[in-house]
Design a protein around this ligand. Structure first.
Ligand code: TYD
Length: 214
């Protein structure tokens, strides 16, 4: 991998999509070859996942149609990731193009572990994601679950299966723990509460420092 691989993470409404886009624009302006992407990806598995998330696609349940259970979702996210890596992420990095990804493996480690109801499932979720190389830098945007919920309401998007406030609180806590849980990785927790431009400046500084150190 030659290009720099940077990932944005956080709870729903933390601003990962906005910050990935602002960073992409800034790097393009600086003349850095860069590719912007996201997970779930635009690939076939990612497309199915999005339909499950929004409730447009359901599976049979004992008490009626429902979203697939957490193990199915975990496997789908992992399958989408491997496909995304093969078709989009790794070819760009190999060509020396930086890749910015809105969500990646830590989304699975945090969301799927938390929705499984048993933290011991983290080991299995790590295992099914073993083929995914870790990014050079992961930026976790930390916002309070109430701020994030207000932002989501403002967007008036269709409600998604992980929108519950209590779940989002648990996810936010797990995200904050990531640097201590994975000390070997480059994970930066940045407050996502300030204005998008202020958060962007912090993220751009982090990436500039990374690029300078390579
Ligand atoms: P999101 O970035 O919110 O997509 P959109 O902006 O299109 O609504 O991501 C979709 C949801 O999927 C979000 O709630 C996080 C969740 N997710 C996981 O649970 N596991 C994963 O591995 C990924 C990539 C996302």
């Amino acid at each position: 991998m030659k290009g720099l691989f940077v990932v944005f993470e956080g709870i729903d409404g933390a601003g990962t999509t906005t910050q990935a886009r602002l960073l992409h624009e800034a790097l393009v302006r600086e003349g850095v070859p860069v590719h912007l992407t996201q997970e779930p990806s635009d690939g076939p598995v990612g497309t199915v996942i999005r339909q499950f998330l929004s409730g447009r696609l359901v599976v049979k349940g004992m008490s009626g149609p429902r979203a697939p259970g957490w193990p199915t979702m975990a496997l789908l996210f992992a399958a989408d990731r491997v496909d995304h890596l093969e078709t989009e992420i790794l070819p760009n990095l190999a060509d020396g193009i930086a890749v910015l990804c809105d969500r990646y493996v830590f989304s699975s480690l945090v969301y799927q572990t938390e929705t499984s109801g048993d933290f011991a499932n983290l080991a299995w979720i790590e295992n099914i994601n073993k083929l995914a190389p870790r990014p050079d830098l992961t930026i976790v945007l930390d916002v309070s679950p109430t701020t994030a919920a207000k932002r989501r309401q403002g967007r008036r998007e269709m409600e998604q299966i992980y929108d519950d406030l209590e779940l989002q609180e648990r996810l936010a806590r797990r995200y904050r723990e990531l640097p201590t849980r994975y000390p070997g990785e480059r994970i930066e927790v940045v407050s996502g509460e300030p204005s998008p431009q202020d958060v962007h400046r912090t993220c751009l500084d982090l990436v500039r420092r990374m690029r300078g150190g390579r």
